[in-house]
Write a protein that binds this ligand. Sequence first.
Ligand code: AMP
Ligand code: GLY
Length: 428
Amino acid sequence: MNILVIGSGGREHALVWKIAKSPLVSKIYVAPGNGGMEDLATCIPLDASDHDAVVKFCQSHHIDFVVVGPEGPLVAGLADSLNKENITVFGPTAYAAKLEGSKGFTKDLCLKYNIPTAAYGRFNNAQEAKNFLHGKDIPIVIKADGLAAGKGVIIAETMAQATQAIDDILGGQFGDAGAELVIEEFLEGEEASFFALCDGDNILPLATAQDHKRVGEGDTGPNTGGMGAYSPAPVMTDEIIQRTLNEIILPTVRGMKAEGYPFKGVFFAGLMITAKGPELIEYNVRFGDPECQVLMMRLKSDIVPALLASAKGGLDKISLDWHNMPALTVVMATKGYPESYEKNTEIRNLEKTGGQENTMIFHAGTKKENNKIFAVGGRVLNITAMDKTVSEAKDKAYRALDLIDWPEGFCRRDIGWRAILREKNNNN
Ligand code: AMP
Ligand code: GLY
């Protein structure tokens, strides 16, 4: 089978790495890919926003299956364009992708199908939004409705900040993504992510993870796409997982089907584990980046039959084996990220990190030129390791990371701290 993977991040490198292990696969293309994938796949300069070009490529290269990594092409309807031409695709239609593309859409679905989430209001008028603030507690959360690359959420600590956020969002700070906003109650608890495949009817639970969104150690500083992650998330006990399935994921599957838009793809549920139990913060309709990297490392089974079943139906007949060991990934980013940063700096000594058991360097913002690797993005490398404990996986990942010679790069040194603290407390 020939497979086309859409995307260029560490998530897509991890997917390509895992897909390449499948005996079902003969050739993998990735559009556009990055500097770390050439041993596994052919990188092609195909623009995913040009649906006709993607369809033509699939037809001329006998592509049997397209796996879409990021949310942008899904929200823009790439899966619909491929479905129309009978090309099998992993990922939801544009309508179903509203679960990520419109926060208001998801909140309304939660309300209608009784899915636990923060109380909220939806607004496109600033005065009405400000009136809604009266009598509410702080902190309070203001969110641009649409895709804002993780920057559209403001946790307002004062009413003045909340008012400012309303003016900023509706005033165009996030462009079309902020034509509407959601105001919601601040949830207290520990955050975790839960991943499950869905074929429209059936779900196949995957695994849990926790990430580090802030750029600075101790989870401080501005938000990023994620500076590291680990799986599983210790806060997701069997009981919490069961409640997440029963109270959040299954009602979503039934709700989307009842609305006439069954969801096919991966649910990435961002959860707050509150004193009452799991509550939904948000849905993403694709794998997390860098959460995908730790999931792929822990997955023992062939992923291709599961992704295919998500697209075609029959997930109820699939089961997956996982390593019980935790996996952890550390993101190396270019100094300056998430603000502005230099491009085209050379990364050396990557070959020194190769060949160690249960260690993988997934590339994100890199390119390869004349056999040298250059950083061309904000998040650049994901140093990923699996071991008996989170603590040992962390040590293994940083040992590999410390072999890399890239003065223009940086990382957080405390990835996994929350899980490691739990491990230490359990040992005492
Ligand atoms: P989102 O893009 O909706 O995942 O929000 C980004 C981050 O903002 C989340 O990962 C949480 O850390 C935080 N956040 C969003 N909504 C809430 C909420 N209602 N209560 C507390 N924190 C929130
Ligand atoms: N790491 C968070 C995300 O992929 O949205």
